[in-house]
Design a protein. Structure first.
Length: 73
């Protein structure tokens, strides 16, 4: 497992439940996230949902979760 995986696990264990993964195109961000969440679900039965936020045009830096929820609804 990679250091990024263990960092994700640590943050989830500490109660963090909102993540934004950024980086250049085609480096495996979605693959990493999907594999990590599936592994965590198998081990700890942690439910998850992945939202592709590329269609969100603006994100309020003080409340990005609220903006994303509004866009989804």
């Amino acid at each position: 497992m990679t250091p990024e995986y263990w960092e994700l696990v640590e943050k989830i264990e500490n109660g963090r439940n909102f993540f934004v993964i950024t980086g250049p195109r085609r480096i495996g961000k979605t693959t990493f996230l999907t594999a990590a969440l599936n592994d965590l679900y198998e081990k700890y039965e942690i439910p998850h949902i992945i939202i592709d936020a590329r269609t969100i045009s603006t994100v309020n830096s003080k409340n990005p979760q609220g903006q994303i929820v509004r866009e989804i609804l």
